[in-house]
Design a protein around this ligand. Sequence first.
Ligand code: HEC
Ligand code: HEC
Ligand code: HEC
Ligand code: HEC
Ligand code: HEC
Ligand code: HEC
Ligand code: HEC
Ligand code: HEC
Ligand code: HEC
Ligand code: HEC
Ligand code: HEC
Length: 438
Amino acid sequence: MHFDIHLKYKTLRYHKDTQPQSLFVFSLCLCVFVVCFITLPLPVQAACISNGCHTEIGQKQFVHSPVAEDECLSCHQKQKEVHPSGQGGDFILTSKGGSLCFTCHDDTEFNNRYKHGPAASGACMTCHDPHDSEQKSLLRMPLQEICLGCHSDFDQSMRDAKFIHSAIQKLDCSSCHMPHSSVEPKLLKKKGTELCFDCHKNLKAKYDSSLNKHKALYIERQCGNCHLAHYSTYSSLLMREGENLCYGCHGEDNSNRSEGLRNIRNDIEDKEVVHGPVADGECIACHDPHGNSYASILKGSYPQSFYAAYEENLYDFCFQCHDKELLTSETATNQTDFRNGDENLHYRHVARAQKGRTCRSCHSVHASNGQKLINPDGIKFGDWKIPIRFETTETGGSCMPGCHRGMSYDRAEYIDNSDKADGEKKERKIIYTPPPTK
Ligand code: HEC
Ligand code: HEC
Ligand code: HEC
Ligand code: HEC
Ligand code: HEC
Ligand code: HEC
Ligand code: HEC
Ligand code: HEC
Ligand code: HEC
Ligand code: HEC
Ligand code: HEC
């Protein structure tokens, strides 16, 4: 029995890093060793438990194999003839620190590039009980208590935090960290997103399959660009709240993070009219932070171009919050204010089989210095900004855009904007500012 464990363990250990040739030599030596041993008188078996003395050892649910085998002398070396001597010092450990354990255990798992302080310094016993335990892996206490025992700052901040990751609350630290050493920094089990996708499988599917990927998930700290791994003051373990999360990247000028990263904060701050959800800091009411298959990672269909042939559902994105009827019928009474008499001007501009104007040809979706999110500076059309010169009246409005001559509408009284009409409010000039030549 005594040797079985030893041999089994040594074999396991040698098996890893020995060539078949040396394995053969090893086996040969082993046979000679075993044969010699059987013919020699057996050493005195230290029956420390079975003789009824140290019966307190080995009583717990999990017992260390050599202890279960009453093999105390594999770790303790007798110093005195008589035990108990009554003076102490009867035994010393056969070896100090980690080397005691490595006489039987393989040490490769401890020597990865990133090492955990206490394991690397051989303080195995701060976490393990050498004899027995009520915890798996012979841990002295429940795993999390062990970790937080030393990482007390962490413990304190976690207590103060409002939200704790279920991976910690329901599972434990070892679902992400290695206790001894790791090939990844911070003792992590896996690299970057792989660590998170171990549990968040549905997000992994999205990450791989979305046609419009949000670069934020693929650069720098990946998931860690927005989320904290352990706990947070904000819901969904976010690092910052509301728009400030996004402004971490989209709120700076000259960002050297990525080409094309514009300062969106500039488009919004100090503007007179800010779109409802933008004003509330709810960027994610409209954008899917994890990417998806819609343009501008919007949460629904919205055409990317200035013109688009109208189809049912093309503007689903806007109609998640707005009433679709502002657009869909040719005539309108109170479905929209953008009407001339009962002629629905949204329908007129947008719902066309060819060259329907998309909402962006009049509205700036984030914010604007003009009423109704219509930007007086004009709307981007390629490199050029189309001026709109929009003004409202009590019951209607007028515009003099780059697209056509000035026109007016009135909800109370239909205004005839046709060439033949002689209405006073009508403007006949066609204003066209050509795009700047490069
Ligand atoms: C795997 C190695 C190992 C084995 C096997 C082992 N011990 Fe120990 N023992 C230790 C270590 C290490 C300590 C010191 C513990 C410490 O520093 O916390 C210890 C401490 C002790 C102590 C001191 C009091 C205490 O519990 O800390 C006694 C008594 C003891 N062992 C008895 C035994 C007996 C009896 C057996 C056999 C049934 C045995 N040990 C088997 C490693 C071992
Ligand atoms: C005399 C050989 C020997 C020594 C010395 C030894 N171990 Fe073990 N240890 C074993 C054996 C055998 C097993 C059981 C392995 C198995 O089941 O695969 C084991 C298992 C373990 C386990 C896993 C227990 C479980 O429930 O999964 C831990 C943890 C452990 N040892 C820690 C230590 C520590 C810490 C030391 C040093 C204080 C140490 N061992 C020294 C032989 C030894
Ligand atoms: C910081 C606490 C800590 C220290 C220090 C520590 N361990 Fe561990 N050890 C653990 C934890 C936690 C586990 C269980 C890992 C798991 O369940 O994933 C473990 C597991 C083990 C196992 C079982 C491995 C297996 O695959 O089943 C062995 C053997 C072991 N440790 C030996 C040691 C030795 C030897 C040392 C000292 C050189 C040591 N440990 C130092 C926390 C520690
Ligand atoms: C005996 C005290 C002790 C225990 C128990 C302990 N740690 Fe540590 N831990 C340390 C020390 C010391 C460091 C190094 C601190 C430093 O470098 O700033 C450290 C560092 C770390 C690091 C950071 C490594 C890095 O590269 O920055 C992580 C992660 C970690 N521990 C996780 C754990 C986990 C998980 C547990 C529980 C399984 C645990 N610790 C238990 C003492 C401990
Ligand atoms: C969901 C996975 C996960 C779990 C569970 C987890 N961690 Fe971490 N931990 C991480 C990641 C990811 C990092 C690296 C964060 C970073 O680089 O900012 C980290 C870093 C750390 C660090 C280093 C902190 C620093 O700022 O350098 C410590 C210490 C640590 N964790 C301790 C723990 C402890 C203790 C537990 C259990 C209470 C635990 N972790 C549970 C994922 C996790
Ligand atoms: C060991 C499994 C596990 C790992 C690894 C893991 N998580 Fe989780 N996470 C969970 C569980 C369980 C929940 C709660 C159920 C859910 O929302 O899916 C959760 C929830 C979350 C939540 C939502 C929290 C909330 O309050 O709604 C976020 C965000 C999150 N995890 C991010 C991450 C990130 C980032 C990583 C990688 C650093 C990660 N998780 C790694 C298990 C894990
Ligand atoms: C650009 C910032 C950002 C990045 C990067 C990011 N997230 Fe999120 N994540 C969020 C926001 C914001 C929410 C809250 C969504 C909500 O409340 O609708 C969230 C919610 C979650 C949730 C909980 C709700 C859900 O959608 O399942 C999980 C889990 C999650 N993220 C995991 C991850 C993982 C894993 C990664 C890395 C692959 C990651 N996130 C990268 C911003 C981000
Ligand atoms: C870690 C930095 C980072 C954070 C934080 C971040 N983003 Fe991004 N985002 C980027 C990068 C990089 C791009 C790609 C820019 C480019 O190359 O055109 C991008 C692109 C976008 C795009 C354009 C996508 C497209 O298809 O045109 C939108 C919309 C966007 N982000 C919204 C958000 C929102 C909303 C948040 C907050 C929840 C956020 N971002 C947080 C880095 C970030
Ligand atoms: C009401 C819905 C809505 C909200 C809320 C919203 N956006 Fe947008 N965002 C859009 C739409 C629609 C587009 C596409 C504009 C276009 O193509 O004309 C867009 C485009 C973008 C783009 C890419 C286009 C570019 O100009 O580079 C970024 C980046 C962006 N938004 C970031 C943000 C940030 C950051 C917030 C929060 C401060 C936010 N968005 C809030 C609707 C919204
Ligand atoms: C997440 C919800 C949401 C989405 C999606 C959304 N909006 Fe809005 N929108 C609002 C809210 C809230 C208001 C403010 C309503 C109010 O103040 O009565 C608003 C107001 C407006 C206004 C009127 C502004 C004013 O000053 O009265 C316009 C124009 C507008 N939205 C256009 C759009 C367009 C175009 C889209 C699609 C590209 C869109 N919205 C998508 C929520 C949304
Ligand atoms: C040709 C320019 C133009 C286009 C294209 C346009 N709008 Fe408008 N929209 C307006 C004007 C002008 C108003 C203001 C009407 C008023 O209050 O007098 C307005 C008002 C609105 C309002 C406020 C409520 C209402 O109907 O009065 C919403 C919401 C709105 N538009 C959404 C949209 C959406 C969604 C699209 C794209 C499907 C769109 N608009 C396309 C010019 C336009």
